[in-house]
Design a binder for this molecule. Structure first.
Ligand SMILES: [Zn+2]
Length: 262
């Protein structure tokens, strides 16, 4: 069994097709999926999916893009949602500085300070609920690491969509966090990230699709879905020169442990 530790089946790309997508995942031996919220509304829908489908688990949280949605009311709504037994993490949360210096689709993109405030509120929520965190970091690795370090020992979690080098991976692992790998590793023959994957033990790894985004080869450019997480596992096996069964076993075991699912 494989676990897709990060997907967004609640996004409009899947509309009425969720049952079929979950069916195809099951056929591919992807028997558990963690559906990730990015704001209050998607967190609520994430839990609705988890209630409807036994294979689906939910997370609740505010993505850095949505940092301005944070309010006392939002926070307490998330806290209530998090009490449900199928909510297994606070996420995705973190920092994303990519758009700070670029023209963007956002009328007002959250500033660095606004993002940090929201991120810390979400980390506090994780402490309060005793749930692990799913962290998003884009062009913000130094700040993310410094903030996580300030919670050192108190938080468990995973760095989602890993695309850094071995040095960065080591710092993440030193915090006691895990590394989650997406389809982006199927795009390249060699890079710093591929080299990092070669050196990180599979016992510190999880796999994810981030569906509907980032479809792995040979589906690149199409809409992604949880069944394709097997392609990520195959690529890890290829890079490390180990069997697919070993990647399957190690990543599934780690995800079950971190998220407390069976
Ligand atoms: Zn995501």
């Amino acid at each position: 069994m494989f676990i897709d530790t990060h997907c967004h089946l609640n996004f409009p790309e899947f509309k009425t097709e969720v049952s079929a997508v979950i069916g195809r995942a099951r056929d591919a031996k992807v028997d558990r999926m963690i559906n990730v919220g990015i704001d209050e509304e998607t967190s609520r829908r994430s839990l609705e999916l988890a209630r409807r489908y036994p294979e689906v688990y939910a997370t609740v949280g505010i993505h850095p893009h949505c940092s301005l949605d944070l309010s006392i009311e939002t926070r307490s709504s998330l806290l209530k949602l998090a009490a449900h037994e199928k909510v297994v993490a606070i996420g995705e949360i973190g920092l994303d500085y990519y758009y700070l210096k670029r023209s963007s689709q956002f009328a007002h993109y959250p500033s660095r300070e606004e993002q940090i405030f929201c991120f810390e509120q979400m980390l506090d929520l994780a402490l309060e609920t005793q749930l692990p965190v799913i962290v998003h970091s884009r062009e913000a690795d130094a700040d993310v690491l410094a903030i996580l370090k300030s919670y050192s020992g108190a938080l468990r979690g995973v760095m989602h969509c890993f695309s850094g080098d071995y040095d960065y991976a080591q710092k993440v692992l030193d915090l006691g966090f895990y590394i989650s790998v997406t389809g982006n590793i199927t795009f390249k023959k060699s890079s710093d990230t591929i080299e990092a994957i070669r050196r990180i033990p599979t016992s510190s790894m999880m796999i994810e699709t981030d569906a509907p985004y980032l479809a792995p080869e040979p589906y690149r450019g199409k809409r992604n879905e949880p069944a394709y997480v097997v392609e990520v596992a195959k690529r890890i096996a290829e890079i490390k020169g180990i069997s697919l069964a070993e990647v399957e076993h190690d990543t599934t075991k780690k995800a079950m442990k971190l998220f407390g699912i069976s």
